[in-house]
Write a protein that binds this ligand. Structure first.
Ligand SMILES: Nc1ncnc2c1ncn2[C@@H]1O[C@H](COP(=O)(O)OP(=O)(O)OP(=O)(O)O)[C@@H](O)[C@H]1O
Length: 796
C-alpha cells in the first residue's frame, strides 16, 4: 500500500480522534455540571443521579473506543464511503454526516458480510490497522465478482483474521470486532426475541460470538436492556475472568457475569462434593423432591395436636389438623405466606376447644335442671369476645406457638435443605424415586458448605416457600413513620425560628421549608437514593427478570440449573452457546431439544458454526478422532489454518512424571516466548503436578485461582473448558478419558485448547486415536516450524 494511502488514512483517523476527544470533554463537562446542581429535593437529587450515571456510561463507552477506534472502510459502488469503528460519531460541522459508523449499525454490516459473489453495494473493503492513534497499515479486498485479488473465498478480511489468530495469547480473551466472519455475524445480529442455540465445535468462536451478540443487543435495544441487564452465565469463575474484558472493551457494562452457583444472593456456594452427588442434585426429579420436602413439613401427626395451656391440656384430633392444613394449602400460596392462615385456623380450633372443655366442666358441676334440656336453650358460657381473648392468650403462649410451628414451621430454603440432607428419614420420604445409594449421596451434616449443585435447589425451595413479608412490611411502615416524625420535628424547629419581627418585611417575604412542605413530603425527599447500577441491583435480587440471558458452555448445565435460569428470564430472550460433544458435567446435556422442550417446546432456533478458528489443522485432525473413537456423536469443524507443526507424544516412567513434566513445561514455555502454556492434567493429580511445574517454571500457577496472565497455568479438564493457550501439554490422556462418565468429552476439550502447539505426555497406555502421534524428538522438536506460527493461507 502506498505511503500516500496510509497518510490519507492517518489524516482521517486523526480527525476521528479529535472528535472523540471533543465528545469526551463535552461529556465530562456535562457530568461536572450535573454534579454541581445545588437542588436538594428528592426529585432534584434523583435527576442529578440519573444524569450523572448516563454521563458516566457514555464516558465509559468513549474511553473503551480509544484502542482501534476505526478499523475499516467501505468504498461503495455508488462512490460513497463509510468508515467503520467501535462507536458511531457524527460530524458536527457537516450537517451531522456520519464520520464513523458503529460496527453494530446496519450500515456497517457489509463490512462483515459482503463477498465477491454478493458485494452488497461494496466495491472495496479496507482493513485499517492502528497502533495507538497511528495508522500502521491498510489491507484492501476488492469485491467486484471479476476482480483479480478479489474477496471470493469464505473468509472476510483474511489477512487481518489470520494475523489475529496467530498472535500470542495473553491469558485474557480479546474482542474480534475487526474480523467477525459472515457466519458469526449472522448469529451476532439475530433478532433478540426467543431462544437461539448456537452449536459449534471447539474454537468456532461461540464465546466470541455470544459476547459480541450481547454488545449488539445492548446497542440495538439500549433503553430496555440497560435497565433490565443482560446476564452472562459461564461454567466457572476462571472462565468468567478469562472473558471478563471483552464486553468492557466494547464499552458495555450493563452485563452481569455469573456462574449459576453465584445466582443465589446471600449464599456462597463454593463447597465441594462427589460428582455423583452433583449429578443427582442436577436431575429434573429434584424439583419434585424439593416440593415433597416442603409438603412433608406441613405435618398432620397421627395422634393429632396436643398442647398444654394455662395448666390444662387441649387436643385437636388428626382430622381437625388435616382440615386446617388443607384449607391453608388450598389458598395456593407458598408455604410461608400460607402459614399465618394455618396458625389462625389451628389457634381458633384450639380456642373453641378450650371454650367447649370449660363449658363442659362447668356444666358437669351444675344440677341437671340448669344445664338445659330438650325444652331449654343450651347454656352458653363464652361469647365471641371471650373466644377471641382465649385466641390471644394462645397466640402469646410460647409453648403453644412452638407446638403449632412443629406442624407448619416458618422455613428458609437453607433450613429446608439442611434438614433434608441431614435426615435419612426425610430423604426417604421426599425422594422415594431415588435409590438408597443415590439418597446416601445426598446425606450430609448440618453446617456443611453449600455446593454449586445446591444453588438451583435453594432457588427451587425459595419459590415454593415464598416469604412471609408481613414483618418486613411492618418494619418499612414503622421506618416511614419514624422519618415523618423526624421531618415534622425539623419543620417545627424551622417554624419556631421563623422571623416574628412584624416590621421586618423583607424577612417575612422569605419562604421557609415549613411554608412549602408538609412532613410527609419532606420525609419522602430525604429517602436515600439507591446508587447501585442496574447490574449491581440485579446481582443482589434473586427475583430479578433479566432482559436477555447469554449462556456459554451451555451444555454443562443440569436440568435444575435450567429451571433456575428460566425463572430469571421470563421473556425467554436467550442466547445459548455450546457443544454437546464437549459436555463434561455428568449432569450436563446430551441434546438441546431435551434441554429446551420443557420450557419452549420446539420453539427455538438453531445456528451452527462450522469453522474452527483456534486449533490449526494438525491439532484439529488429531482431536477430531476422539469423539468418534468413544462413540460420541460429533461433527468436527474445519480448521481455518495450518501451522506445519505436528502434535507429539512422549512416554515417561510413572515415577518420573512430575520431574519430566516440569522439564517439558519449561521447554514449551520457552518455545512460546511471550505466549501462554496450558498444562492439562487429570483432576486427581492437579496439586502434585501443579507443584512440580511451579518449581521448574517461575510464575506458573495452578487451579481455579490461577492468574490466567501467568506464562504457565496447570489445570484440570473441567477448568480448562472455554480457555485457550498458545501451547498445551495434555497429561495422561487415558486417565482423563476414564476419570468420569464423560471423560472422553473432557479429553476432547483438553486436546482442543491450543492455538499453535500440542504435546501429549503419558506414563502408561494411550487411547488408540493418539497412538499415531509422532514421538517427540530428543531435541524437543516434532517437525514443522518450531514456534508453530501459521503458514497463512494453507490448510483450508
Ligand atoms: N472472527 C474472528 N476473528 C478473530 N478471532 C476469532 C474469530 N472467531 C474466533 N476467533 C478466535 O478463535 C478462538 C476461539 O474462539 P472461542 O473461544 O469463542 O471459541 P469457542 O467456540 O467458544 O470454543 P470452545 O467451545 O472450544 O470453548 C478465540 O481466540 C477467538 O478470539
Amino acid at each position: 500500500m502506498s505511503r500516500q494511502e496510509i497518510d490519507a488514512e492517518q489524516r482521517y483517523v486523526t480527525r476521528l480522534y479529535r472528535r472523540l476527544d471533543e465528545l469526551r470533554k463535552e461529556e465530562a463537562d456535562r457530568l461536572a455540571q450535573a454534579l454541581s446542581q445545588s437542588g436538594t429535593g428528592h426529585q432534584a437529587l434523583l435527576e442529578r443521579d440519573v444524569t450523572a450515571a448516563r454521563c458516566r456510561e457514555r464516558i465509559t463507552r468513549l474511553d473503551a473506543a480509544e484502542n482501534g477506534l476505526c478499523f475499516g472502510r467501505l468504498d461503495m459502488a455508488d462512490g460513497g464511503r463509510r468508515y467503520v469503528g467501535r462507536l458511531g460519531m457524527l460530524d458536527e460541522d457537516a450537517d451531522r454526516e456520519p464520520l464513523l459508523i458503529d460496527w453494530r449499525a446496519p450500515a456497517a454490516r457489509p463490512f462483515y458480510t459482503a463477498t465477491g459473489i454478493s458485494p452488497q453495494g461494496v466495491r472495496r473493503r479496507r482493513h485499517i490497522r492502528t497502533g495507538g492513534r497511528t495508522v500502521t497499515g491498510v489491507q484492501d479486498e476488492l469485491l467486484a465478482p471479476d476482480a483479480a485479488d478479489g474477496a471470493t473465498g469464505e473468509l472476510t478480511g483474511e489477512a487481518a483474521l489470520l494475523a489475529a489468530l496467530d498472535a500470542d495469547r495473553t491469558g485474557r480473551m480479546a474482542d474480534i470486532v475487526e474480523t467477525i466472519q459472515a457466519e458469526q455475524d449472522r448469529v451476532v445480529r439475530a433478532p433478540r426475541a426467543g431462544v437461539l442455540v448456537v452449536q459449534g465445535g471447539p474454537g468456532t468462536g461461540k464465546t466470541a460470538v455470544a459476547l459480541h451478540r450481547a454488545a449488539y443487543l445492548l446497542y440495538t435495544h439500549r433503553e430496555r436492556l440497560e435497565r433490565s441487564v443482560v446476564l452472562l452465565v459461564g461454567p466457572n469463575p476462571l472462565f468468567l475472568r478469562y472473558v471478563g474484558e471483552v464486553l468492557p472493551s466494547l464499552g458495555e457494562t450493563s452485563v452481569l457475569p455469573a456462574t449459576v452457583a453465584e445466582l443465589y444472593p446471600g449464599v456462597t456456594a463454593d463447597g465441594a462434593e462427589p460428582p455423583g452427588a452433583a449429578e443427582v442434585k442436577g436431575r429434573a426429579v429434584m424439583a419434585e423432591v424439593v416440593a415433597a420436602a416442603v409438603r412433608d413439613r406441613q405435618e398432620v401427626p397421627d395422634g393429632g395436636l396436643e398442647v398444654v395451656h394455662d395448666g390444662g391440656t387441649v387436643r385437636l384430633e388428626r382430622d381437625a389438623c388435616r382440615w386446617a392444613r388443607d384449607r391453608a394449602r388450598a389458598t395456593g400460596l407458598p408455604h410461608n405466606p400460607a402459614r399465618p392462615l394455618f396458625v389462625r385456623l389451628v389457634t381458633d380450633l384450639l380456642a373453641r376447644r378450650i371454650a367447649e372443655q370449660v363449658t363442659a366442666s362447668v356444666l358437669d358441676g351444675l344440677p341437671a335442671e340448669e344445664t338445659g334440656g330438650p325444652a331449654k336453650e343450651p347454656v352458653v358460657l363464652f361469647d365471641e369476645d371471650d373466644v377471641e381473648d382465649i385466641r390471644r392468650e394462645l397466640r402469646e403462649d410460647p409453648g403453644v406457638r412452638a407446638a403449632i410451628d412443629e406442624l407448619w414451621p416458618p422455613l428458609t430454603p437453607q433450613r429446608l435443605l439442611t434438614d433434608l440432607y441431614a435426615s435419612p428419614g426425610r430423604l426417604a420420604s421426599a425422594a422415594p424415586g431415588l435409590t438408597p445409594a443415590e439418597r446416601a449421596l445426598l446425606l450430609r451434616d448440618p453446617g456443611s458448605p453449600w455446593t454449586p449443585a445446591d444453588v438451583p435447589l435453594l432457588d427451587e425451595a425459595a419459590e415454593l416457600l415464598g416469604e412471609d413479608d408481613r414483618a418486613a412490611r411492618a418494619a418499612a411502615e414503622a421506618e416511614h413513620r419514624r422519618r415523618v416524625a423526624l421531618a415534622q420535628e425539623a419543620l417545627d424547629i424551622s417554624y419556631g425560628s421563623r422571623s416574628t419581627d412584624a416590621d421586618c418585611e423583607e424577612e417575612a417575604e422569605v419562604l421557609s421549608a415549613h411554608d412549602l412542605l408538609d412532613a410527609r413530603r419532606l420525609a419522602e425527599r430525604q429517602r436515600e437514593a439507591d446508587h447501585r447500577t442496574p447490574a449491581e441491583r440485579a446481582a443482589a435480587d434473586r427475583t430479578w427478570a433479566f432482559g436477555h440471558v447469554v449462556v456459554d458452555e451451555a451444555q454443562e448445565l443440569s436440568a435444575m440449573d435450567w429451571r433456575l435460569l428460566m425463572r430469571r428470564c421470563p421473556s425467554r430472550s436467550m442466547t445459548l452457546v455450546g457443544d454437546i460433544a464437549q459436555t463434561g458435567s455428568p449432569a450436563g446435556a446430551s441434546s438441546w431439544q431435551e434441554v429446551l422442550e420443557p420450557y419452549v417446546g420446539d420453539r427455538w432456533r438453531l445456528e451452527r458454526l462450522e469453522v474452527n478458528y483456534r486449533t490449526p489443522a494438525e491439532i484439529a485432525e488429531v482431536a477430531a478422532g476422539v469423539p468418534a473413537a468413544f462413540g460420541v456423536p460429533c461433527d468436527p469443524p474445519r480448521a481455518v489454518r495450518s501451522t506445519g507443526t505436528r502434535p507429539w507424544r512422549t512416554r515417561v516412567a510413572p515415577g518420573d512424571l512430575p520431574a519430566a513434566l516440569a522439564a517439558l513445561a519449561a521447554e514449551e514455555a520457552a518455545a512460546v516466548g511471550e505466549g501462554r502454556l496450558g498444562v492439562i492434567v487429570p483432576a486427581g493429580r492437579l496439586e502434585e503436578l501443579g507443584r512440580a511445574v511451579a518449581e521448574a517454571v517461575p510464575g506458573a500457577e495452578t487451579g481455579g485461582d490461577a492468574r490466567l496472565e501467568s506464562p504457565v497455568v496447570v489445570l484440570d479438564p473441567a477448568r480448562a473448558k472455554g480457555l485457550e493457550f498458545d501451547s498445551v501439554l495434555v497429561v495422561e490422556p487415558e486417565r482423563i478419558a476414564a476419570d468420569t462418565p464423560r471423560g472422553p468429552n473432557d479429553l476432547y476439550v483438553a486436546l482442543t485448547r491450543a492455538t499453535r502447539r500440542l504435546g501429549v505426555v503419558h506414563t502408561g497406555g494411550l487411547p488408540a486415536v493418539l497412538a499415531g502421534l509422532r514421538p517427540r524428538r530428543r531435541d524437543g522438536r516434532a517437525g514443522g516450524r518450531r514456534d508453530g506460527r501459521a503458514d497463512t493461507g494453507a490448510g483450508r
